[in-house]
Design a protein around this ligand. Sequence first.
Ligand code: HEM
Length: 465
Amino acid sequence: MATPITGETKVAPGGKTPPGPRGGMLLGSVRDFRRDSLGFLADVARRYGDVTRYRMANMTWYQVNHPEGVRRILQQNNHNYGKGTLTKRVIGPISGEGLFTSEGETWLRQRRLMQPVFHRQRVAAFGELMTGATLAMLDRWEPLVDAGTSIDLPAEMALLTLDIATETLFSSHVGEEPDVIARAVTTLISDVSFRFEVPYYPPVRVPTPYNRRVRSALRTLDRAVYRIIEERRRVRGGGGDLLALLMDARDEETGEAMGDKQLRDEVITLFIAGHETTANALAWTFYLLARNPEAEHRLQAELASALGTNGSTRPPAVADLPQLPYTRMVVEETMRLYPPAWITNRQAHADDEILGYHIPAGAFVMISPYVLHRHPAYWKLPEKFDPERFSPEHPEDRPRYAYFPFGGGPRQCIGKDMALVEARLILATVAGRYRLRLVHDRPVEPEALATLRPHGGLPMIPEGV
Ligand code: HEM
């Protein structure tokens, strides 16, 4: 990418000014970023180093490419780095004051309230449901398998994780609302991707034909979510699903429960944050296994040894997961190469200094797991798929923030355990029955939208193991 260096390392109060590409006169680096976001971020890190700076239209982005810098932003000095206007503009109109977008006291209260709901033991209770939904998908595949027809893997994974998200949130609700919600959420997730791609599109409140459709999906969603909440309040109880747990949650200090609007915001946040991320992690997992027969073979051997009876493999339960270390290593290595949340941004409240560079108040700070996960200073042969890097017996020596697919610090993903349980159970259930073969031999490029997905889909053919 031929972008001239601004190059200067002027000393500003509290550190030097970071170097970076100059970009175009009007839009700065917007065009380069939009053409190939991942390539641009990696290129900036390679050319300009640990702390970089460039213009994106009327914003200045500070891209930090060093684990210690990431630690400073997410952990050590996290109070100085808020979610900022960029995140709020894209996701705020959908998720309101939900956990992903809220800040300060509201965020802290909600995080305390919700943390126990996502405790490992609670999450384990959803295991059977996750495996069950996967088996139902495999049954649906059967006629296709017999006919040798391909499936669109990312679409299948998206349907499956949406199904699981719906069930974990509203298992006990009968009626059409869960389906209505699932459909509206799909529309809104593609809206998040759209606004990421076209950041200058008028905000939802401006009544363009497209925005009207988004607003209609939002209204549908609201109506359906509020109807479920109202019904739950009328008929107390409601099983052990996430909504019931959220409704039962009480603030430790005040004893208060969540109101309807807050419940609505959290339910929608969990839907949005939780399902496409996991779906894409799984799609990449099957892609990488198909391209790496040795790893696939080891995975099959582990499944046969831990779950095999009489020549076939039974579906896994949560209790089996400790006996499936390689399955976990495969998932972790996949999320190294293809972290679903490929970029995180913050906005600085006050001036700061990172690794000797000045970060002014108001700066947009970008950190990219995609860049750090493939950084040659922290990974040997970074482009190679090698689950051994995550072997519990030979842990590689690397800084904590060379790998952070779930973020870190106080705002680390609250659904991390749930996602890891879900991804391993789905992987073990599918791989116990099928090997997925690629229809095309060519490498698939990642498409960096709201999450990192395989560009142009990923047709695969299931073959019995
Ligand atoms: C492979 C799957 C997933 C990945 C890669 C992922 C990634 C992330 C990352 C990187 C963050 C931090 C964002 C930031 O610092 O700005 C985050 C936050 C969050 N995630 Fe996940 N996530 C996944 C699955 C889930 C699931 C299954 C749920 C819930 C059911 C969930 C709910 C959330 C919520 C509510 C937050 C906001 C937490 C807060 O700010 O306190 N995620 N996720």
